[in-house]
Design a protein around this ligand. Structure first.
Ligand code: PLP
Length: 367
């Protein structure tokens, strides 16, 4: 939507300058929508039944007590250490605005989840973006060095959206050692269920050690509930209480809460689908690697084609092959691991991208 030239209303200049969150494109009828890291499996019938059983004329449970109790039991923590929001992005927004305002800095790796810059701007704080390493992973030493007396929060994304790289346990501990105890660390684990690598950080095991750590997880990806909007945080009760204070009341719907409980009831089946997707991802990566595509090893439900200066033309190649992919700025293109039927199309598009690279007809080179 184009912006009007001006408004008589005084709007904060940083909001006027910022760009609203850009969603992955909808797919034409004959294409696969692999632009939003969604789960391709049909919604579990028990989730559909749970949603149907809600009464939309009633407000939801404001504290999402049922889901919190289930998660508290699952993670072996007190109820106060669990907070539920309308998607983990909502919880991120609450936490950022609870700890950072004008003059404060929020530090994160870049490129990472495209919602981070906007959330920081809306809070009135300043983003400090630390470039990824050449291998597309978080540069932990550079992040540690970028901490200043103004830093109020650090976001770590593992696996990182869009590059698919993980932060290892050892790297995470190194970062935590460099972060002052009064600075919040948000470990965004939206894709953690897809991770098979044992060296990857898994936040819950560090919660007892670091009171300034909050771990964010979601029902959107592995559990297939992206459209219901429900995610959660695990951490210190006082920090999570502050997030609750910063939240828009009653925003986690009853349908989302009941859907999440039904998904947890059928977790085994859903995690089996996650395992299938992870296998599909590994096979796709093996074949990409074989054809010489410069794709970092993926640990989430997506693969990343670094393509600085050529992202739009790479995304066009995918579209011609029946795949709606996501160009992110001009840094590269992210493609979700979706339906089994999409795999050969993904690979044939990738082959064309790699061939264009070899013949120099891609525009600026892939990284
Ligand atoms: C890294 C990361 N964090 C958080 C989210 C937000 O997920 P949710 O649907 O729970 O708001 C996403 C969604 O794409 C993501 O990629």
């Amino acid at each position: 939507m184009s912006r009007p030239e001006s408004s008589p209303v005084r709007i904060r200049p940083e909001i006027l300058q910022a760009v609203a969150y850009q969603q992955g494109k909808p797919a034409p009828a004959d294409a696969f929508k692999l632009s939003s890291n969604e789960n391709p499996y049909p919604t579990h019938p028990a989730v559909m039944a749970a949603i149907a059983s809600t009464e939309p004329n009633r407000y939801p449970d404001a504290l999402a007590g049922g889901v919190r109790a289930r998660l508290a039991e699952r993670y072996g923590v007190d109820l106060g250490r669990v907070h539920v929001g309308s998607g983990s992005v909502a919880v991120l927004a609450q936490l950022i605005s609870a700890v950072a305002g004008p003059g404060d800095e929020v530090l994160y790796a870049w490129r990472s989840f495209e919602a981070y810059p906007g959330l920081v701007t809306v809070a009135g704080a300043t983003s400090v973006m630390v470039p990824l390493r050449a291998d597309q992973g978080h540069d932990i030493d550079a992040m540690s060095a970028a901490i200043t007396p103004h830093t109020r929060a650090v976001i770590v994304c593992s696996p990182n959206n869009p590059t698919g790289t993980i932060v290892t346990r050892e790297e995470f501990e190194r970062l935590m050692a460099a972060v002052p105890a009064d600075v919040l660390v948000m470990l965004d684990e939206a894709y953690i269920e897809f991770v098979a690598d044992d060296s990857a950080v898994r936040g819950p095991e560090f919660l007892d050690r670091y009171r300034n750590l909050v771990v964010l997880r979601t029902f959107s990806k592995a559990y297939g509930l992206a459209g219901l909007r429900i995610g959660y945080a695990l951490g210190d009760p006082v920090v999570l209480g502050a997030a609750r204070t910063a939240a828009i009341p009653l925003s986690v719907t009853e349908a989302a809460q009941r859907g999440a409980l039904a998904a947890l009831d059928h977790e085994g089946e859903l995690l089996e689908q996650v395992r299938e997707l992870a296998e599909r991802r590994d096979e796709v990566w093996r074949r990409l690697d074989e054809m010489g595509a410069p794709v970092p090893q993926p640990h989430g439900n997506f693969v990343w084609f670094p393509a600085s200066g050529a992202a739009a033309s790479v995304a066009e190649v995918f579209l011609r092959h029946g795949i709606v992919a996501r160009a992110l700025g001009d840094d590269g293109v992210r493609v979700t691991i979706g339906e089994a039927e999409s795999v050969e199309k993904l690979l044939s598009a990738a082959r064309e991208v790699v061939e264009n690279l070899a013949t120099g007809s891609q525009g600026p080179a892939l990284d």
